[in-house]
Write a protein that binds this ligand. Structure first.
Ligand SMILES: [Zn+2]
Ligand SMILES: [Zn+2]
Length: 254
């Protein structure tokens, strides 16, 4: 069984690989419908192939059902093929409550800090926890040093539900899009600074943190320096979190 989280450009390559398997049911969870999280879907080969069943989960965006957003990006102004031409079964599901179970996997979700309605997901399987939060501005607007901040600090209070949600994750996949130097100019853009993201991983006591959703203006050399800063910050916090950068095609065994 495959669970897929978001449908950015990477879902095209995934779809090509899946086509080597028999037609089957897929479960696609969407954090939010900004372009970078849905724009790969029109290029997802299983969607065009009879026999595949794609169940798509997400929040209803204001007054717009999830299906309308997916259908909208396939309007003929944007794309030559419309949703009616997709031969797979497409099921759209608005998430209610806190979690669902699919076979032996529990998927739960939480609202995070990002423009529009955006979710983070937790996947629990065989006692392991993986958390996927690609877009989230943790400690929004917090620019001060972090050394003395604990779960009891006032600034952390509004974020305790999120910290609890993440706590104990074997793998946290979470952004740290801006360096601490860049962040003051980007407050409110919906993304976390390196320092604030380190604090989240540390307070939640995650084992391993994969940093994702890199800023498109950061080249490889910049990202390498940013990863060093991330390691230094975790060290300063006295954290035992292992950190690495996520990249296209990365496989992790948990
Ligand atoms: Zn977004
Ligand atoms: Zn995004």
């Amino acid at each position: 069984m495959h669970l897929i989280f978001d449908a950015g450009s990477g879902i095209r390559e995934l779809g090509r690989e899946l086509m080597a398997e028999p037609a089957q049911q897929l479960h696609l969870f969407i954090t939010h419908t900004h372009w970078d999280h849905i724009q790969g879907f029109p290029f997802f080969p299983p969607a065009y192939t009879p026999g595949w069943e794609i169940e798509i989960y997400g929040e209803k965006h204001l007054n717009k059902p999830l299906k309308s957003v997916f259908k909208g990006q396939l309007d003929s102004e944007y794309f030559p093929v419309q949703m009616e031409d997709m031969r797979a079964h497409l099921g759209f599901h608005h998430l209610h409550g806190e979690s669902i179970e699919i076979e032996d996997v529990k998927v739960s979700w939480i609202r995070v800090e990002h423009p529009g309605m955006t979710l983070g997901y937790k996947i629990e399987i065989e006692g392991k926890k993986i958390v996927w939060i690609p877009d989230n501005e943790f400690l929004k607007g917090h620019l001060d040093p972090l050394d003395d901040i604990s779960r009891e600090s006032d600034v952390v209070g509004p974020y305790l539900p999120l910290i609890d949600f993440v706590t104990g994750a074997d793998t946290l996949i979470h952004e740290a899009q801006y360096t601490d130097e860049e962040y003051p100019a980007k407050v409110g853009w919906g993304h976390t600074s390196v320092g604030n993201a380190c604090l989240l991983a540390h307070l939640a006591g995650v084992k391993r943190w994969l940093v994702t959703h890199h800023d498109p203006t950061h080249d490889d050399a910049f990202l390498e320096r940013k990863l060093n800063q991330t390691r230094q910050m975790l060290h300063r916090l006295g954290s035992s979190v292992q950190v690495a950068h996520a990249y296209d095609g990365l496989t992790e065994y948990i």
